[in-house]
Ligand binder design. Structure first.
Ligand code: NAD
Length: 500
């Protein structure tokens, strides 16, 4: 019987005791990993180990995939009506809502994000996602298509079977729910691997699955490292589809493994280097606030972070002054304090990576206008940082930093800024700020990005598709579009009198 972990919190935002199982959740049970491996989960606010959880490997993924296949064939898929699948998803949402404070506390602890964000955004959003797809479960249908008088022709949207899902650490429960909900609504069974950095809330989630009424094997949650458990999901022959959120580098490896094994299709939500374009004619105060939110929300650890801020020359100085004042006012500190906006970066590795980019920016000749340093000597806290005098060729302008680092660039004309905004291998998101409605639409349509925000930034609505152009990904998640990731389309031709 795998161990459990209990922690008592006495913080300004959360007081209570949480107990979670530490094993792998396979076929409706918590089990120890075949090879007995473990992962130390670290508190990024202190750098100290919180607990050790079980780490699955290829052997555990194999058991989970086999259980998921059996469940698909015997107790899920089209054997269970959409109404019933929806009912279980609604129940799961209710159970998650009853413990939302615990989910938020575990994410604040292991990820370092502000408790208020974990509660009000990630987990509130995650519950809404479960309900949104619960509502879709009994509305999955094909079309009748007119062909000729002697035929009835129609399509069916059928589940794919066992799907593999691999998620990152930056929005742990939102990522988990937006992956499992459409897959379950459409009748698939799941083998999901959380990030090794933030597995605690996913472990709490495993305690709700049976109570919600899901048959054993429908949802399997297997913690483990990427190159072992993650790779095993990508190349497993029973798994017929992989959806992944994470870095472009890992996305490429997953696609390769998927192609080499059973040619399983992939949906990839990858990195970004999103432009924020601010024209002279804006409501400056609002543009500054949105640009701050665009880059510094979630400590800059957003795939869609507006990390390249292009400001038109007429308001450049005024923008920089106000932007600097607001960046300076950001409250960095303990994620459990009421007023905290920015906690630590998630890990030593991410901390070192971001500090490495800050050094590279200096070496390349950009100017550290604000910040650039570590805060304190415990945990992974970094000052909100602003680089000015940035040039398009610099590493800090080209590569995803995934930290609280803004690059500000000056531009003159609309044509020039569109060209620069598109001068990137990524294409996840972009913002444009202007009071000229024609210009707003023109620029929004000219920028190559899957998500476009006019006079706002960093927006995701569960009803709207989310995904990237270019190397930011393949396919779309959220909204009705995500249902396509988890269904095959079958074309059925019925003879109503054709004679050979
Ligand atoms: P990552 O690619 O390092 O890890 C993501 C997941 O992949 C983890 O669960 C990890 O264990 C697993 N993994 C690592 N190597 C693997 C391999 N060889 N095979 C299979 N799985 C493997 O990314 P991260 O550091 O966790 O997350 C940050 C990245 O995620 C950023 O690039 C960010 O832009 C991106 N992201 C994208 C979106 C989006 O919707 N486009 C959303 C959030 C984060």
């Amino acid at each position: 019987m795998p161990a459990t972990f209990t922690k008592t919190f006495d913080t300004p935002t959360y007081k209570g005791t949480i107990t979670i199982p530490l094993g792998l959740y396979i076929n409706g049970q918590h089990v120890d990993p075949v090879e007995g491996g473990s992962i130390e989960v670290v508190n990024p606010s202190t750098g100290k180990v919180i607990t050790s959880i079980a780490a699955g490997t290829k052997a555990d993924i194999d058991i989970a995939a086999t259980a998921a296949e059996k469940a698909y064939k015997t107790s899920w898929g089209l054997r269970v009506s959409g109404t019933e699948r929806g009912k279980l998803l609604f129940k799961l949402a209710d159970l998650m809502e009853q413990r939302i404070d615990q989910f938020a506390a575990l994410d604040a602890l292991a990820n370092g994000k502000a408790y208020k964000t974990a509660y009000g955004r990630d987990n509130t959003g995650g519950i809404a996602v479960l309900r949104y797809y619960a509502g879709w479960a009994d509305k999955i249908s094909g079309k009748t298509i007119e062909t000729n008088d002697k035929k009835l022709s129609y399509t069916r949207h059928e589940p794919i079977g066992v799907v593999g899902q691999i998620i990152p650490w930056n929005v742990p429960m939102f990522s988990l729910t937006l992956k499992i909900a459409p897959a379950l609504a459409t009748g698939n069974t799941i083998v999901l691997k959380p990030s090794e950095l933030t597995p605690l809330s996913a472990l709490l989630f495993t305690t709700l699955i049976e109570e919600a009424g899901f048959p054993p094997g429908v949802i399997n949650i297997v913690n483990g490292y990427g190159p072992t458990a993650g790779q095993a999901i990508s190349e497993h022959p029973i798994i017929r589809k992989v959806t992944f959120t994470g870095s472009t580098l890992t996305g490429r490896k997953i696609m390769e493994a998927a192609a080499k094994s059973n040619l399983k299709p992939v949906t990839l939500e990858l990195g970004g280097k999103s432009p924020t374009v601010i024209f002279d004619d804006v409501d400056l105060e609002q543009a500054v606030k949105w640009a701050i939110h665009g880059i510094y929300f979630n400590h800059g650890q957003n795939c869609s972070a507006g990390s390249r801020i292009f400001v038109q020359e007429g308001i450049y100085d005024a923008f920089l002054k106000q932007f600097t004042e607001q960046a300076l006012a950001i409250k960095v500190g303990d994620p459990f304090q009421e007023e905290t906006y920015q906690g630590p970066q998630v890990s030593q590795t991410q901390f070192d990576r971001i500090m490495g980019y800050i050094e590279a920016g200096k070496v390349d000749g950009a100017k550290v206008h604000l910040g650039g340093n570590r805060i304190g000597n415990e945990g992974y806290f970094i000052q909100p940082t602003i680089f000015t005098e940035c040039q398009p060729h610099m590493k800090i302008v080209r590569e995803e930093i995934f930290g609280p680092v803004a690059c500000i660039l000056k531009f003159k004309t609309e044509e020039e800024v569109i060209e620069q905004a598109n001068d990137t291998t990524y294409g996840l998101a972009a913002s444009v700020f202007t009071k000229d409605i024609d210009k707003g639409f023109r620029v929004a349509h000219a920028i190559e990005a899957g998500n476009m925000w006019i006079n706002c930034s960093n927006q995701a609505e569960i009803q709207m598709p989310f995904g990237g152009y270019k190397q930011s990904g393949i396919g779309r998640e959220l909204g009705e579009y995500a249902l396509e990731n988890y269904t095959h389309v079958k074309a059925v031709h019925v003879n109503l009198g054709l004679r050979l």
